[in-house]
Design a protein around this ligand. Sequence first.
Ligand SMILES: NC(=O)c1ccc[n+]([C@@H]2O[C@H](COP(=O)([O-])OP(=O)(O)OC[C@H]3O[C@@H](n4cnc5c(N)ncnc54)[C@H](OP(=O)(O)O)[C@@H]3O)[C@@H](O)[C@H]2O)c1
Length: 284
Amino acid sequence: MTTHTDDTPNTPTTTVLVTSATGKTGRRVAERLTARGAAVRAGSRRGATVFDWEDPETWAPALRDADAAYVAYYPDLAAPGAVGAMDAFGRLAVENGVRRLTLLSGRGEPAAVLAEEALRAAAPGAELTVVRASFFAQNFSEGLLAEGVAEGAVVFPAGDAAEPFIDADDLADVVVETLTTDGHAGRVHEVTGPRPVGFAEVAAEISRASGRPVVYRPVSEGEYAGLLTGFGLPVPEAEWLAALFATLLDGHNASATDGVKRILGREPRSFADFAAGVWGVRGA
Ligand SMILES: NC(=O)c1ccc[n+]([C@@H]2O[C@H](COP(=O)([O-])OP(=O)(O)OC[C@H]3O[C@@H](n4cnc5c(N)ncnc54)[C@H](OP(=O)(O)O)[C@@H]3O)[C@@H](O)[C@H]2O)c1
């Protein structure tokens, strides 16, 4: 895939639709693609290009004449509705000339695999790469755990499970590599951080980096669903989300992969380095 540079003025510019472009991965993917000279359509409900997974009318205008797309479904690729959305989106993407797709998926999520298959079946003419990621380190700094961290507690239904948290910057580097270089079509890349880290260690690392006390308070799935409804989430969504986290963090995802090293030729960032970057002297 070619991108425009100043010394090759006649080279066509690659146009990439980036979904979830205001989110943890989409924002980083958009920044990197823009830096490489691609024309980025920053798609989301509030993005420069209006794109709403709940409103298929917004999809075709965002896809029109795009060469490639980064597909990050919201709220989760394992959510009800994702299979139908991937089917319809894949067909439209091919109809609109998209030749390369990178789909963000979750690691160890059987329901997400069904959505991956739906996109693959709907877009047989496109080069599809699936990137299955572990839990993001940025869930603690930009995501749903950030508020608790700011108040000194990581409250989560993860028991003593460990997770090889991936830094969203590493994940974005992987996504951009799959969108801009050959050899990834048809592949499923599983990417994680360098080693499993327990939630008590997460709290300790944030504490160490920030210099203020942060503790881990494990809760049951039911308690967590109750907390989410207390924050205003409708009961079915709260119960679904609590069950998803409890399942993801039951230990079956605890091992690290060498995906980042294989694709980028370098080690992924550790949780300790991530925490130092966000909360330490070098961070905010
Ligand atoms: N978080 C993790 O640890 C993790 C791990 C593996 C895989 N994933 C995958 O990552 C995706 C979710 O990422 P995230 O939880 O980190 O969220 P996120 O990308 O940080 O934030 C949500 C993004 O989705 C957009 N969005 C929200 N509702 C939308 C809608 N109806 N239509 C279009 N865009 C919408 C938001 O923009 P606007 O508000 O502007 O619309 C924002 O850009 C899921 O596909 C999930 O399977 C997440």
